[in-house]
Design a protein around this ligand. Structure first.
Ligand SMILES: [Fe+2]
Length: 257
């Protein structure tokens, strides 16, 4: 039975003629609440390879009150420690970050404290009311004017968005990219997040669908979500997990309309 399932899964992966890319992952070990040991990072790489991923942006929490933000060379050392496994599994990992967008975000950014991929940074907010202010819209606009791109991590999970999804429109219009979590599509983050994630897929609000994996057990959820998304809309599937994240991974976020 196990062998049968293994064959079935291999077939699902091999049916695709394109690689997947992930723009949100806690694969680097020992730097936040994601992978804790090197063995975890290596197991993540194997799981990514099995699902058909070829490129992953590691996005450790940065500027977060719960986790330490380390000097860049710590993240680079973590990446170097898994480089031979990356080669073995055929999965390339690049270092970025998931930056908490607090009051000190702009000053920290100007001092070069945050890691991004090319000219693109992944940001998250504290989940509290009153997040979406004119000052935030202006900040997103200023980044856009400087040819820099901000990706908003999992908008479907914020209480303010769940109450009024249209508040995302002004950020989207100012060039912010929207990244839904694949897990939300299968209910990992509750009913409302699931409803919104599918709505954002269907109405074009979502630009990217990423894993946000923290532990190995997350990959079975990701696999279910990938299967459902591919079945629901093969074209959207391709743009959300191959084309658009591929542009981000390759430093070409400007190609995402
Ligand atoms: Fe995350």
């Amino acid at each position: 039975m196990r062998w049968f399932n293994f064959l079935k899964k291999r077939t699902i992966q091999q049916e695709r003629d394109f690689a997947l890319y992930d723009t949100h992952s806690h694969i680097l070990w020992g730097v936040d609440d994601g992978a804790s040991q090197i063995e975890d990072s290596v197991a993540f790489l194997k799981a990514y390879a099995r699902l058909g991923y070829q490129g992953v942006v590691a996005t450790p929490h940065l500027n977060h009150w719960m986790f330490e933000t380390f000097p860049f060379d710590v993240y680079e050392a973590r990446l170097a420690s898994i480089s031979s496994d990356m080669e073995k599994e055929g999965v390339t990992v690049k270092i970025g970050g998931e930056v908490m967008c607090r009051d000190d975000f702009v000053s920290g950014f100007d001092r070069g404290l945050f890691l991004g991929v090319g000219d693109t940074w992944l940001v998250e907010f504290e989940n509290r009311p009153g997040l979406f202010t004119p000052a935030l819209e202006q900040m997103v606009f200023n980044f856009r004017m400087a040819n820099r791109t901000l990706i908003l991590a999992h908008p479907e999970r914020y209480g303010d968005v769940q109450k009024n999804p249209s508040i995302l429109l002004s950020l989207k219009e100012r060039g912010m990219l929207m990244q839904i979590n694949l897990g939300s599509l299968v209910g990992k983050n509750g009913h409302r997040a699931r409803q919104l994630a599918w709505m954002f897929v269907d109405n074009g609000m979502a630009d990217l669908a990423a894993t946000d994996v923290h532990r190995l057990s997350d990959f079975s959820i990701i696999e279910s979500a990938l299967e459902r998304l591919a079945y629901h809309n093969p074209e959207k599937f391709r743009s959300l997990v191959n084309e658009n994240p591929g542009h981000v991974f390759n430093g070409q976020s400007y190609r995402i309309a």
